[in-house]
Design a protein around this ligand. Sequence first.
Ligand code: SIN
Length: 307
Amino acid sequence: MTIATNPSVRSQSAARATASTPAPQAIEIRSFDGAVGAEVLGLDLSQPLSAEDFARIHRAHLDHHVLVFRDQRITPEQQIAFSHRFGPLQIHVLHQFQLAGYPEVLIVSNIVENGKPIGLGDAGHFWHSDLSYKDKPSLGSMLHAQELPAEGGDTLFANMHLAWDTLPTHLRDAVAGKSAEHTYLSKYAELQKRSPWRPNLSAEQIAEVKPVVHPVVRTHPETGRKALFVSEHFTTRIIGMPEDESQQLLAELFAHSVRPEHLYRHVWAEHDMVFWDNRSLMHLAAGTPDHLRRKMYRTTIEGDVPF
Ligand code: SIN
């Protein structure tokens, strides 16, 4: 039996269905040749994301660890909304560099206006995994290019699963069952001496970044893969080890992690949006010549307590 429907009711319900269930986009995931990363083609992040597209992006993120979305003309609200699909967002301790009206967005920039830095200019100066100094470090971060220099400004990523998979046996034995301390303040004074971007921290800010302890080798909570989880920037010592041995071991782990075969170097193009997995990778900002301007918007998604 066919039930006749008033055409205006039919078109209203079709419009409602379209608004609530976005159509899938023609996405293609193109893997890079090297150790890590893929480009996502055919996805416009300014449009609502269907459940199917979200599932494909989620899977690709777990498989490739860095996803590059080209030419995304998105607003801060849209970046926040897309980031939020993956979990709650974290607010960076340097509140000075939040985008006005959007505390979830950290401005990463070397631009100084009227004598004042507009963003954190030396973010990523040392290899690190974002917010590893928190009890719940970041799941992943999204960085959206706002203004790019004519040269420099690349971001490097190191695959910490590969770092673990290829770790020599004597280093595997040395880290078995070990934990390490992560501290936001570890290199703060050193960075403060040479840059205008590191304000003195208030007592509240210092209280927000108390040292934490995490396993040296973590298990990815979604894929079950193991990854080395120590970094040059935030890891200060291996717990229960004499200081000199701990420093020596950390230096060997850092050197191994960033071997060229573990790396992907992202050369930014206008309006790129890059989404990486902080549970699988470390990253480094390669640096921008002082006379050139670079401005990026970063959102950071909260992850799990590492195990
Ligand atoms: C960061 O460490 O989050 C910033 C990386 C970059 O600016 O390339």
